[in-house]
Design a protein around this ligand. Structure first.
Ligand code: G3P
Length: 217
């Protein structure tokens, strides 16, 4: 499973790149707003750092506007993925952009049939929001399971990005289900490394190392 960061923060992206486990980045208008920096400046900086797919969201309501914005965004780099909301106008825009070789990521997906529509439209990626479903007492991961099954049934190539991830259990479940990608906040990625028994084990080994005679280092 690929690991993406869901962020607009450059220092977080640099840290994940340094760990060597970053496959791509997803952004949205809220995440860019959190940086407090100009939109284009942030996007260009992310694209300079990351070789993998970088999803950048359109903010128009009609297909024409989404396609126009998508084309402008795609000019910024070969790895730009245009994020399009799951609406009828969005699906029209997906088909037009994909037919011109511009990859799209259908976002704000909350049901398996919405993902099926995105797949039928030829979207490169689809983003089910698991955390926001959990927030309203729905089982977010259930829709990921259903989407995987539907895409397998019909040999749909659209890659599934599990989004709106809140904790490491979401990452584990996404991997067990076989989702292609999990996009997560930096805080969740950091937590994936940790286990109290690992910390305790390191502490013990280092303590015992001090008792070893003639240590070479
Ligand atoms: O980028 C889309 C998605 O991951 C947003 O997550 O935490 O705002 O529900 P969240």
């Amino acid at each position: 499973m690929q690991f993406f960061l869901d962020t607009g923060m450059i220092d977080e992206i640099k840290q994940a790149l340094d760990w060597g486990i970053l496959d791509g980045v997803t952004t949205n208008p809220s995440l860019i707003a959190k940086t407090g920096r100009p939109f284009m400046e942030v996007v260009k900086e992310i694209l300079k750092l990351v070789d993998g797919p970088v999803s950048v969201e359109t903010v128009a309501n009609d297909a024409k506007g989404m396609v126009e914005q998508g084309k402008r965004l795609a000019e910024l780099g070969d790895n730009v993925v245009v994020k399009i909301p799951m609406t009828p106008e969005g699906i029209k825009a997906v088909q037009e952009l994909e037919s011109e070789g511009i990859p799209t990521n259908v976002t704000l997906v909350f049901s398996p049939v919405q993902a099926l529509i995105a797949g039928k439209a030829g979207a490169s990626f689809v983003s089910p929001f698991v955390g926001r479903l959990d927030d309203v007492s729905n089982d977010g991961m259930k829709i990921v399971r259903d989407i995987v099954q539907i895409f397998n049934n019909y040999e749909i190539d659209t890659q599934i990005i599990v989004a709106s991830v809140r904790h490491p259990m979401h990452v584990l479940e996404a991997a067990l289900i076989g989702a292609d990608i999990c996009t997560m906040p930096f805080d969740v990625m950091k937590k994936l490394f940790h286990h109290p028994l690992t910390d305790r084990g390191i502490e013990l080994f280092l303590k015992d190392w001090e008792k070893v005679p003639q240590r070479p280092f």
